[in-house]
Design a protein. Sequence first.
Length: 378
Amino acid sequence: MATYISFVLSKSKKVRFAVFIFLLLSFHHTEVFAQKKNYLEYHKQITAIEEDFMDGNSRKAVIEYEALFKEYPKSFAKDCYIAAQIALLANDTFRLKYFLDLCFKKGVEWSVVEEDSNLKAFLQAHPEIRRAAYANWTEGNRYFVEHINIPLRYEIRAMVQKDQLYHELPEDYPKKDSLFQTVVNSNTERFVQIVKQIGYPGASKVGIANNRLDNTSYRLVDKCFEDIGLIIFYHQSCTYQLLKDELKTAVEEGDLHPADFATFYEWSTESIINATDTSSVTVSFLDDSGNEVETRAARRNSSVGDLSLCSAKNVNADAAYKICKVMEVYLYFSSFDDAKVNVDREKIGLPSLRHNQRKKDFEKKYGMTLFFGSYCER
């Protein structure tokens, strides 16, 4: 009887323990679910804040930036960098320090801060603030490295470097095209595998471009807010086609900026639709000095890639974002009506074309840096 009672009590404890674990896991799941943010709302609020500072309400904007960044843990580094510039405009030194600290924790280098003429002039005029900010950059950079997946970052960086190595081979190098295509296809297949396994490897997982970490020396203010695997989408148009659903999810979960999603979509769709078009047209754009420049651009992206990896027959241009106005991939989408473009942009969290034009005018007026990336409006 004693053995039986002992067994029942033991069994009862196991049941209670199992129930406790179940409730604990259920609570954890509910808590995680409750904390899960939809970053389409984040981008909507970013647009509203930008409207505020463009309307002259910079003090209100920096308060809103601070609240938004505290609510959304995957806030984007470039938004924090813009917020720092607006805090300086608003003469809000307290929040300027806060936004710079956020930038550093997200991988922004000190050189990027000093590439902005306004920030550089302010810090030179206030050496005590500069010393404190520099110390925070050192600490923030350490935090950045400790909170990203370094092995995965290096794997993706190695893929990109191999791509560039074969892409830059001399034109007369034996079998250059086939060798390059083999590398490009291999990169795409591995990248797709990574996304299917762990989700999109965006800044929250592998960080932004960083010269110290990557042993590179490009002008970071142009490059540092780009995804490190960007070229994998440009040189193989099937990369986007194979990951459309996962990329949409990544935008909603804050792992991919909607501007990058739009870029990948337009690169891929334009390239595949015009894959057999060898013609070219004259396009105009503004160079870095604000001067209008004309050039001939091919309708077909020469880096379209081997389309056997995806079904090119199923590619439809059902949306347009007009995100890459300088590059050849923009040509097809230039025919889309701006009203439709604005509707499509809103669906993925992008501001209207008019908003972007106002932002460019504001950027030029105050000597700021509000757009980033190579060619495309990101």
